[in-house]
Ligand binder design. Structure first.
Ligand SMILES: [Zn+2]
Length: 97
């Protein structure tokens, strides 16, 4: 299981949010960063709609460089601690580059 993504490129190369993708859930979606195929997950009672990388179709470049696949361990640990302390708070993730 990989990190959830809430934005992707559709079959025409346009950026789409997962909320917008609900209108066309069977379309082809690709990662906006690494161009790997994504699976669309519909919204549920507990979560908003989202996209996810899958092992099928991942290139070696994606495995090494896409931040949705290679989440820094320290970042994931910080997010888990914040969720424990403040369950409904969403952490602000910032990148230096
Ligand atoms: Zn990606």
């Amino acid at each position: 299981m990989y990190v959830k993504s809430f934005i992707a490129r559709n079959a025409y190369g346009h950026l789409m949010s997962a909320l917008t993708a609900q209108h066309d859930p069977n379309s082809e979606y690709r990662c906006h960063l690494c161009n790997s195929p994504l699976v669309f997950h519909r919204s549920t009672a507990r979560s908003r709609p989202w996209f996810e990388h899958t092992d099928a179709g991942l290139s070696e470049h994606s495995r090494q460089h896409c931040p949705y696949i290679n989440v820094a361990f320290e970042e994931a640990a910080t997010v888990n601690v914040l969720r424990t302390l403040v369950p409904k708070a969403r952490p602000l993730v910032q990148r230096g580059h």
